[in-house]
Design a protein around this ligand. Structure first.
Ligand code: PLP
Length: 429
């Protein structure tokens, strides 16, 4: 049903006065567009316009909206039970979910902690690392080492390992734990240089007694700048972590489930972390759900002397989320990620190529189903977003970055349309 102009205006007015949106001023919010429904790669606005979604709703909706099999999984589970507490109880969707995650992630990861969002999965990972080091009597190991340019979430612990400049450190200075930051490696297309690991190695050598774990996003740094770096860096990090008995946490919340052209981005480097965080696409974008996986060894150490792991969210292993996550993983298993994501990768490369020539563009890059146009100066989000909407696409830039990571089901024709609109809009900036 298409709503009248005045009904829509009333809704938007209430939204503007009472509802907070992500990273938005409480008093002068940017405009928002009201959505009525979504199907496949299309988001339908209340005024009836349909937009091709270039964002997969922030990396999540990998199989498209309103997917019949995901809907069915959710409905079937709702008829059995929507939720039960996980303290003292367990259920088939959670066990099935654990088994399929353990079977699809690196072999080393054998234990799963289910939680409710990516940021919480990062908090859980950090707490695991701290409890592990405490159990080993490495009492000073209370800090984390990461590389600059990262993004790990918005809760306090996760924020402390986000990039100290582009992140939110300044606003919360004094309230965040102090962490160690190393220079990030050079860009992927520049190839590997030995010097890329130097600063990281120096920091680890100098501070290893104080470091519980290294945390990073493998190969692709997402919200911190849509930056790609060489997998060789991860191999070196793995070796250094082992040398000093420091855990390696890989945050695959954005990169996991095929986005980079491999099921998990750590596969590009052929290494496995000690702790892996998953989120975003885990339910195919249906609901907030996340998981932190770790090794037998980490579990065994934390469990020594009757130790317990001190975390337990109310909605831990929510059956609805587990059921839809299982269905999403089944759909992924039916795909050939290399081929299917490779097709999108090619479309992105081909489609965005004309941007290279444009004077306002600093760089164009693509990896897996991620296409990025980096501008020389920041874009005006409100203005450019309106232009995109008028052209029938949903793209939400930030800073100097105009990027897309569409659902995997996007057809070549739709992808072509999407990239063409990007080129046209950037040309006219
Ligand atoms: C989005 C994201 C998070 C945070 O996930 P939320 O579900 O928003 O809390 C953490 N790490 C990475 C790499 C992310 O992209």
């Amino acid at each position: 049903m298409v709503q009248t102009q005045s009904e829509i205006a009333a809704l938007l007015d209430y939204d503007r006065r009472h509802v907070w949106h992500p990273y938005t001023s409480p008093t002068h919010p940017l405009p928002v567009y009201p959505v009525a429904a979504a199907h496949g790669v299309y988001v339908r606005l209340m005024d009836g316009r349909e937009l091709i979604d270039g964002m997969a709703s922030w990396w999540c909706v990998i199989h498209g909206y309103n997917h019949p099999r995901l809907n069915a999984a959710l409905r079937e589970q709702a008829d059995k039970m929507a939720h039960v507490m996980f303290g003292g109880l367990t259920h088939d969707p959670a066990i099935k979910r654990a088994r399929s995650l353990i079977n699809s992630t690196p072999h080393k990861l054998q234990k799963v902690f289910f939680c409710d969002s990516g940021s919480v999965a990062v908090e859980v990972a950090m707490k695991m690392a701290l409890q592990y080091q405490t159990a080993l009597s490495r009492g000073r190991a209370k800090h984390f080492l990461t590389i600059r340019g990262g993004y790990h979430g918005d809760t306090l612990g996760a924020m402390s390992v986000c990039d100290p400049v582009t992140g939110m450190h300044q606003l919360f200075s004094g309230a965040l734990p102090i962490q160690f930051f190393a220079r990030r490696p050079g860009a992927l297309d520049k190839g590997w240089r030995e010097d890329d690991i130097a600063d990281f190695q120096a920091q680890l050598e100098a501070h290893h007694h104080e470091i519980a774990a290294v945390i990073m996003e493998p190969v692709v740094q997402g919200a911190g700048g849509m930056y790609f770096y060489a997998p060789e860096f991860l191999r070196r990090v793995r070796v250094l972590c082992d040398k000093y008995g420091i855990l390696l946490i890989l945050d695959e919340i954005a990169t996991g489930f095929g986005r980079t052209g491999r099921m998990f981005a750590c596969e590009h480097a052929g290494i496995a972390p000690d702790i892996m965080c998953l989120g975003k696409a885990v339910t195919g974008g249906y609901m907030s759900f996340a998981a932190t996986l770790t090794t037998e060894r980490v579990g065994e150490v934390i469990g020594r002397r009757e130790g317990v792991f001190m975390h337990g969210p109310t909605f831990m292993a929510n059956p609805l989320a587990c059921a839809v996550a299982n269905a999403s993983l089944e759909l992924l298993a039916e795909m050939d990620i290399g081929v299917d994501v490779g097709r999108i990768s090619e479309g992105l490369r081909r489609g965005l190529e004309p941007c290279r020539e444009l004077p306002a563009v600093a760089e164009v890059r693509a990896l897996g189903a991620i296409g990025v146009v980096e501008m020389k100066t920041p874009v005006d989000v409100a203005v450019i977003q309106q232009v995109f909407v008028e052209r029938g696409v949903w793209i939400r830039p930030f800073g100097r970055l105009i990027y897309i990571m569409p659902p995997y089901i996007i057809t070549n024709t739709e992808l072509d349309f999407l990239t063409r609109q990007m080129v046209e809009v950037i040309k006219n900036l």
